[in-house]
Design a protein around this ligand. Structure first.
Ligand SMILES: [Zn+2]
Length: 161
């Protein structure tokens, strides 16, 4: 548990409540500060959502076609702007500009040990799984809130079995 981060979230909540602002994202932040098992829960929920968002598509094998499909999808559902870093048959790494989970949260002044956006990781994994028909997984490599990069960075792994 990250006590300093939790305190920052609580402090923000107090001032947001005073100003009559929504504290939804801060509540999520506070839960993250309390423990990291939530990562898995958010990933799971994202995955469930991603794998049920679009149905009746033909299976896509070509990675560049897959990427174009994902970009259109992100636009349609406002999942952030995908900036492709690199890809091959087995993985795609990309930056997500305006990541829905953390875009409204200020970068904390204290260092956080892990990424914040496992929901998006699960969501993209679920989507790619649905589109390719392959069992996939995804990971947030760097989170904007960890100050390492301007955007959150993700990797989707598509095992060729
Ligand atoms: Zn993030």
């Amino acid at each position: 548990m990250n006590r300093i981060l939790l305190e920052q979230m609580l402090q923000k909540m107090r001032s947001f409540l005073k100003e009559g602002k929504n504290i939804g994202d801060l509540k999520v932040g506070a839960l993250y500060a309390l423990g990291n098992q939530l990562d898995a829960v958010y990933y799971f929920v994202g995955h469930e959502l991603g794998s049920t968002m679009e149905s009746g598509r033909e299976t896509i094998d070509d990675t560049s076609v897959l990427i174009e499909t994902l970009k259109k999808f992100s636009e349609k559902y406002h999942l952030g702007n995908m900036i492709i870093d690199e890809y091959n048959d087995e993985h795609i790494t990309f930056d997500l500009e305006d990541c829905p989970t953390c875009k409204d949260i200020d970068v904390p002044s204290t260092e956080i040990s892990q990424g914040f956006c496992s929901f998006e990781a699960g969501l993209f994994a679920g989507l790619v799984e649905k589109i390719t028909g392959k069992h996939c997984f995804a990971q947030e490599l760097e989170c904007r809130l960890q100050k390492k990069s301007k955007n959150c960075k993700f990797m989707i792994v598509i095992p060729n079995d």
